[in-house]
Design a protein around this ligand. Sequence first.
Ligand SMILES: NC(=O)c1ccc[n+]([C@@H]2O[C@H](COP(=O)([O-])OP(=O)(O)OC[C@H]3O[C@@H](n4cnc5c(N)ncnc54)[C@H](O)[C@@H]3O)[C@@H](O)[C@H]2O)c1
Length: 336
Amino acid sequence: MIRFAVLGYGFMGVTHAGQIKRHPQAELVAVVESNPDKIKQSTQGNLGDAPEKNLLQGVAVYPTLGELLRRENIDCVSLCLPTHLHRALAVEALEAGRSVICEKPMALTLEDCDEMIAAAQHNRATLIIAQCLRFWPEYEKLKQYIDSKELGALQSLLLRRVSAPPFWSGADSWFAVAAKSGGCLFDLHVHDVDFIHYSLGRPSAVFSQGLSTASGLNHSVLTQYEFAEPLLCMAEGSWNYPLGFKMSYTAVFEKGALEYDSSRTPTLTLTRSGAQAPEPVAVEPGDGYSREYDYFISCLQRRQAPQRITPASARQSIEIALAEAQSMETREKIRL
Ligand SMILES: NC(=O)c1ccc[n+]([C@@H]2O[C@H](COP(=O)([O-])OP(=O)(O)OC[C@H]3O[C@@H](n4cnc5c(N)ncnc54)[C@H](O)[C@@H]3O)[C@@H](O)[C@H]2O)c1
């Protein structure tokens, strides 16, 4: 049994708590939350109502990680804090010898990523970044088609991720502060950045255009990724969508097109070359959150370092996102 504590009981904290509670090999021992009201409040996020009811029955609540570590015997911390706090609290937990599953983005600077990696290495503790798209069934299917070449080579990939502004914790939300969330680029679009990096490798260059507020908060980004092979790749992220959230992609291969839209049923279709109509594509059950937890817990139980997302690979995705920020600012293509 892996004993967990969730840090930050906001939208994602509730989501992680739900995953821990449903898993037969995991126990939710404690929650760390600095705002006591959050424990009672209902929370909302971009995927609808979070199922928080009864999750905290029998679960201890602490105001700080230090106090939790003094009082409870836990194996692993699920870090669901605002992004600018990831480094400090991940390092504190890793230094105490605990495993950490940290929400994306890993951090907003490479220096912070490096400190987290060093803390994991020095303490021989496991660190995984919860880039849930690597585990999302429709994205897993896309990677399978890319790797297997069943439909021939991938010719173009277009990814979109659009959302209403994620200010569910109020008008003074940390999401609205560029230095805390990194704006849409680091908060939302980073999912697609990481998936592109995971499935296609490191691009040789990026060219980005974006829209930002006067205070420097990015809320829209459009990036073109250059690769050595003849492959067109582009991704859009936006916090300007009027309502809710949706993600989608169109992948055109030599012998067919795979198309995903989270707002459509069926979500995933394949149109083979010469076919008269698209066919629905079946995917594995669950979602990115349940599948990443299943994977992470099985790694912890087998005492194996997670290979599907290493801290070094998550850091490289931050490096690409930083290049995109630089491209937006300079209006130039940035080589990686
Ligand atoms: N994977 C995904 O799909 C996804 C979706 C949304 C957010 N996220 C990421 O998850 C992280 C958290 O986002 P969220 O939407 O849950 O934010 P949130 O604002 O809803 O929740 C953060 C919680 O942390 C608490 N907190 C702040 N400082 C604290 C401290 N020092 N100690 C203890 N508690 C503290 C806040 O009171 C709040 O309850 C961010 O990094 C975000 O980018 C990921």
